[in-house]
Design a protein. Structure first.
Lengths: 259, 481
């Protein structure tokens, strides 16, 4: 974390065991939309086995960071290193082939393809080698998807579509799962189901999760560590529970703050 | 609103409502009739005729009256039925009668159509009493099957991969000219004459050029694909439209190579796998102990195009189940999601363009061998538009729908040439063939109004046939069924 940008003292040791090298390391990334600087030099680290969340208000640049990691758009400055390899200039589809799976904002499932076909698309990267096994795993995690297997994606409810988006991402056997606002527009009960599933995946499989959220309370409770993004800059970072206690986070994101 | 008033109002008021509704319907129809009279009066009421060598004005009051009468009656009928305020709008959104009929006859449609297509020449010849008498029908069958094949080929690009291609005729042209140029080329003929005998090239040119034409068209599909990789929707449509025109203009202007606007004539005919359809003792008839008949070649061509079309359909069905076909469909749905799932969208797009173009090339090669003559006039934008209309009207992505649409469009166009009975309604001066395109346009508008997602809007019927859950195209976004 960059010293100049961090308002808090440096983050304390995370809960999960970590190796020395971060799995994903974002360093000084600046992303532009035309002349507008959306990310103004962001540093984020994700270590193996962690759940890391990135919270922030609308327009802070959360989704931009997520998409920048995937090379769409590409950063104008800075580097992104994944498992020791610089992926800053690697084509998007090749980044996905490095076992980073993404459930993008707005879910982006294939609406006219069936649930089964959607899940098949997720397994394309893995070459369908473990298709049946992974399918059962997804169905155990989200039994609802099994009931809807022959239905078109576009006819599912919002929560089911979110489950499908996460299930599709899991079909590629990712080592790093990136989720963009999985709670968006969903009923609290469904949000809890989905967050429980994420926690379950992290605990049993040791899956590393990078979670972008506006729902700060749930996200920080779930995550080992968190970052707060404001106007394209990381202003706070630390352990999830620690951030939850901080007055500025509470004021801004939890108690109906100015944002 | 209308439902509620109809349900809650007492019956007496309802009767009064009905009475005023009829009066209103008449009034509205009368006003419409007046408008029609005003519009059609100058348009239809007058005609220019030659009187004593000079231009004079004639009057057609009866035709005008008929037209205005049709409009008045039609409007009145609509007012009293579909547009009637007392009519309870249909609130049921479940499967309609047509959907249920579709489920019932669905499984037999494909085998029935296939059986009919396979036996069509024999049925035609039997019912019309001979091969020569059925020539017109079999020729029409060949034309329809050519468009079925082109429709299925374009369906890969438009229906599956969702890339709007308005220049598909370019690949048809590439296929046709590949065969025409290679088959009439003296150096190629000389090369094979020295190697394998004098008549080898004339007899085998089609069968050798068919795959070459497909590969060549596929290559051109890739060449088109590269510059348009970043484009979608309207922009892609414009560039492909331009591509189609470029190919045609090159064919017209590169006179040394393509023969220009005059085209290429006397292209070798199709042979029965090397056996020519000739009268002599080496011909097809003599070999099989039949009496010589020029129709043998036509019937053979019919089966060639039927086989080519079925290969196209079979390949499409198989490809859809393979990862590449799934990727095409996913690309149509969401390009960014595709990329984030690790799919190389560049390769997927190029493969869709190339595969679609390849089948267009096969069809073009067939066109050249059937007609024996190619010229740029055969490859205008009209053909692209017709093929695209077949794909859209048939229901994007639906095989049977495209086949039915091709039969309806091409067959219907021919039928409209023979509407003699209309002369009894409109008088002897009425030439129905002049109204062909008008009726055709009406039919297309009607299909788009009542079946906005095409004739067959359920793209993957196996899904609901097994589960009995009719997930029809109506449940998805308009224009996306």
């Amino acid at each position: 974390m960059s010293d100049t940008l961090t308002v808090t003292p440096p983050a304390t040791a995370p809960l999960a065991p970590r190796s020395d090298e971060p799995m994903l390391s974002v360093r000084g990334v600046k992303t532009f939309y035309g002349n507008i600087m959306a990310l103004k030099g962001v540093d984020v680290d994700v270590y193996k086995g962690e759940i890391v969340t990135l919270i922030g208000s609308n327009g802070a640049g959360k989704s931009t960071l997520m998409m920048t990691i995937f090379g769409q758009p590409r950063p104008r400055e800075g580097t992104i290193v994944y498992e020791g390899r610089d992926i800053t200039k690697v084509p998007t589809h090749e980044i996905a082939q490095l076992k980073i799976a993404q459930s993008p904002e707005g879910r982006r499932i294939f609406p006219r393809m069936t649930v089964f076909e959607n899940l098949q698309m997720g397994a394309a990267v893995d070459g369908f080698a473990h298709f049946d096994e992974d399918l059962q795993k997804v169905f155990t995690l989200f039994p609802r998807l099994k009931e809807r297997i022959t239905q078109r994606g576009g006819t599912l409810s919002g929560g089911e579509q979110q489950m499908l988006a996460i299930g599709r991402a899991l079909m590629s056997r990712p080592r790093l799962l990136m989720l963009d606002e999985p709670s968006l527009g969903l009923a609290p009960l469904i949000v809890r189901q989905i967050f429980d599933a994420i926690r379950e995946l992290n605990r049993t499989e040791g899956l590393t999760v990078f979670l972008v959220e506006q729902n700060a309370f749930h996200a920080l409770k779930l995550a080992h560590r968190g970052y707060v993004l404001v106007n394209g800059l990381v202003t706070l970072s630390g352990q999830g529970k620690e951030l939850l206690e901080r007055p500025e986070v509470r004021a801004a994101y939890l108690e109906g703050g100015a944002h | 609103m209308a439902v509620q008033t109809a349900e809650t109002a007492p019956s007496a008021a309802q009767a009064a409502d009905a009475g005023s509704a009829v009066a209103h319907a008449f009034k509205d129809a009368f006003v419409t009739g007046l408008i029609a009279l005003g519009l059609l009066g100058p348009l239809i009421g007058f005609e220019t005729i030659i009187i004593d060598g000079a231009l004079g004005l004639g009057y057609r009051p009866s035709l005008l009256a008929i037209m205005v009468g049709i409009i008045f009656a039609g409007r009145l009928l609509l007012n009293l039925t579909i547009w009637s305020p007392n009519r309870r709008p249909r609130t049921r959104t479940g499967p309609t009668v047509f959907d249920r009929a579709g489920v019932a006859v669905g499984p037999v449609v494909k085998p029935a159509l296939l059986a009919f297509a396979a036996t069509f020449p024999f049925i035609a010849s039997y019912t019309l009493g001979g091969w020569n008498e059925s020539r017109y029908l079999i020729d029409l069958g060949i034309l329809i099957l050519t468009y079925v094949m082109l429709g299925w080929g374009l369906n890969i690009v438009v229906g599956l991969a969702g890339l709007l291609d308005l220049g598909y005729v370019a690949f048809y042209a590439v296929g046709a000219y590949t065969y025409a140029l290679l088959a009439t080329s003296a150096p190629v003929n000389g090369f094979f004459a020295g190697l394998l005998g004098e008549t080898f090239w004339a007899n085998w040119a089609f069968w050798i050029c068919l795959p070459v034409a497909g590969l060549f068209a596929g290559l051109w599909g890739m060449i088109l694909g590269f510059p348009v990789l970043r484009l979608r929707g309207d922009y892609l449509a414009i560039v492909t439209l331009a591509f189609g025109e470029i190919i045609r203009l090159v064919l017209i202007n590169w006179v040394d190579f393509t023969g220009g606007g005059a085209g290429i004539a006397s292209i070798p005919r199709a042979t029965f796998f090397g056996v020519p359809f000739t009268r002599d003792e080496n011909g097809f008839a003599a070999l099989f102990g039949l009496e010589f008949n020029p129709m043998h070649r036509i019937v053979f061509l019919y089966f060639v195009i039927l086989a080519l079309a079925l290969i196209t359909a079979f390949a499409t069905v198989r490809l859809r189940k393979l990862p590449v076909g799934r990727a095409w469909e996913a690309l149509r749905e969401d390009e960014i999601a595709c990329r984030s799932l690790g799919i190389n969208t560049t390769n997927v797009k190029l493969s869709a363009f190339a595969t679609g173009a390849m089948f267009g090339g096969f069809a073009g090669c067939f066109f050249a061998v059937r007609a024996g003559f190619v010229s740029p006039e055969s490859f205008t934008f009209d053909v692209s538009a017709m093929i695209l209309a077949i794909v859209v009207l048939g229901g994007m992505g639906s095989q049977v729908g495209v086949a039915v649409a091709a039969a309806v469009m091409m067959g219907g166009m021919e039928m409209l040439r023979n509407l003699g009975f209309l002369k009894q309604v409109f008088g002897n001066d009425f030439d129905p063939s002049l109204y062909r395109m008008l009726i055709f346009g009406f039919a297309m508008v009607a299909i788009m109004v009542w079946k906005p997602r095409g004739l067959v809007s359920t793209r993957d019927p196996t899904i609901f046939l097994k589960e009995r859950k009719a997930v029809s195209g109506d449940l998805v976004k308009e224009g996306h069924g």
